[in-house]
Design a protein around this ligand. Sequence first.
Ligand code: PLP
Length: 367
Amino acid sequence: MDPAVASDVAVTAADVLAAQARLRRYLDVTPTHYAERFGCWLKLENLQRTGSYKVRGALNALLAARERGDRRQVITASAGNHAQGMAWAAYRLGIPAITVMPKNAPETKIAGVAHWGAAVRLHGESYDEAKAFAAELAAQNDFRLLSAFDDADVIAGQGTVGLEIAAAMSPDVVLVPIGGGGLASGVALALKSQGVRIIGAQVEGVDAMARALKGDRGLRDPATTLADGVRVKEPGHLTRRLLESLLDDIVIVREAELRETLVRLALEEHVIAEGAGALALAAGRRVAGKRKCAVVSGGNLDAGVLSRLLSEVRPRPPRKPRRRVRERLPLPAAKPLPLPAGLLPDLDTPSPSRHRTRTDITEELLA
Ligand SMILES: Cc1ncc(COP(=O)(O)O)c(C=O)c1O
């Protein structure tokens, strides 16, 4: 058990609302986009500051610490995106931060951290090795060790993604990638009380949370994957406790499905996602729902990896739109026009529901 996470730490939907109030001054709402060929809405956190949702949790943690009067130097370990979020947040608040990343972190993520002026230490071959080293440095120097996912303020900050989804398109299912479980926990806290199903997405061989939720306590080295952001050996303790009660299911995605989804996202929707960022949408292809939303959690992908994927992966052509769309249209009885499929307007395309205000959502969450 991580000693930094006491078993009585609680995070609630009210904490997510408090995080939203803190972050509003600093971060814009990211867009939601209906990906018609996937039949799924996308929450575009690849367009978030620093290219991933991680900045929400990092900034909320720094702001909440300031409110509590905790002025310790912060150190964090990260596969890359949390470090970038932390670096940006520390830069905005004018405080120093130290980040530890595995040596094989994507170049774009290492460069992103350095850009915002945080100190970068590269250590180990995985997130878990970087984390162990960050914990050592924290103990030696009395730094505050901020987990990338197993921290109440980080979880509450990530939950603001869920509040924004609810305000934009009233989902019945939300799909979220899972590494340590911070994003899924926060989003579930924000949306579960509104009857939304929350489905996690993991990659084959990188499924520590799925195994932990089934009671398997053994730790296995995660497989190599395009989704470096979720390559975690040991999921969070706090997050596991939350997800035990809040998560509806986890879909395990094959590496080939992930690669194909990433390429289709780029070519069909013109959305650049990193591996972990395409994971929820890949899982969503196996989940039914009238108003599905997948969180595209990040877009920090090395240019070389993207160009290789675009040249190697040949996605199958998407299925034709369903015929029943045409059947519903009142065609002239005498001489039906021989229109090709696809030229008719899609009467089934979901449109956003009435735009709900923050007050609506606050009242629902606190009810
Ligand atoms: C792009 C991206 N998506 C998803 C995740 C997984 O998040 P969590 O550890 O909160 O489950 C990460 C973690 O770094 C990430 O960078």
